[in-house]
Write a protein that binds this ligand. Structure first.
Ligand code: 5GP
Length: 200
């Protein structure tokens, strides 16, 4: 037993990673995971059509609207949200099982979902990624050329709304240089692992 067991956190960390579409959350997360931090990424569900480079079960669990609604009606999602016309949801069982085994996990979800996770699991660690500027965000969104012009415009409007949520998060990381952003996330995880339990 660890010497500080009585005032250490119980279970694994539940990390919520948010930030506007195009900010580079995926790249930061991939780079962070490659650093070998021992954190597992949660594969969430979506009704959005699969993009060319995406693999079912790895990037998302791709569901039909009917499948999604069936799972939602059985309380299968810890949170679910609509984003630019598509549904997204975090699998409740996976999160609770992994955390209870002491596994640190990370959810890459948008702000409504992040807020809902915080409400249900106040101990979660909320990290928000911001772009260096709005111009840079637009450039990155256009650069990835996976979305139509209409989708890009929708995502830019949504990005403005999402940025106003940053102040409600525990940490904000500016994604200017990818490796620095990933390193900042790694440092946050290390700090949180060494945190004492509040109120003990
Ligand atoms: P994209 O369509 O670009 O893959 O994702 C759109 C947004 O939905 C991103 O901000 C992504 O992080 C978020 N997202 C992915 N999975 C979930 C989820 O399970 N719940 C919520 N609330 N957002 C999600």
């Amino acid at each position: 037993m660890r010497i500080w067991q009585e005032y250490a956190r119980e279970g694994g960390l539940l990390i919520v990673l948010s930030g506007p579409s195009g900010v580079g959350k995926d790249s930061v997360l991939d780079e962070f995971l490659e650093l070998g931090s021992g954190v597992k990424k949660c594969v969430t569900s979506t009704t959005r059509p699969r993009r060319k480079n995406e693999v079912d079960g790895v990037d998302y669990s791709f569901l039909t609207v009917e499948e999604f609604e069936r799972k939602r009606s059985k309380d299968g999602f810890l949170e679910s949200a609509e984003y630019c016309g598509n549904l997204y949801g975090t699998p409740r069982d996976w999160v609770e099982q992994e955390n209870s085994l002491g596994q640190d996990i990370i959810l890459k979800i948008e702000v409504q979902g992040g807020t809902e996770v915080k409400r249900q699991k106040p101990e979660c660690v909320m990290v928000f990624i911001v772009p260096p500027s709005m111009e840079e965000l637009e450039r990155r969104l256009r650069g990835r050329s996976t979305d139509s012009e209409e989708e890009i415009k929708g995502r830019l409007i949504r990005a403005q709304e999402e940025l106003s949520f940053a102040a409600h998060y525990d940490y904000v990381i500016e994604n200017n240089l990818l490796h620095e952003a990933a390193e900042a996330l790694r440092c946050i995880v290390i700090a949180e692992r060494n945190k004492t339990r509040v109120g003990s």
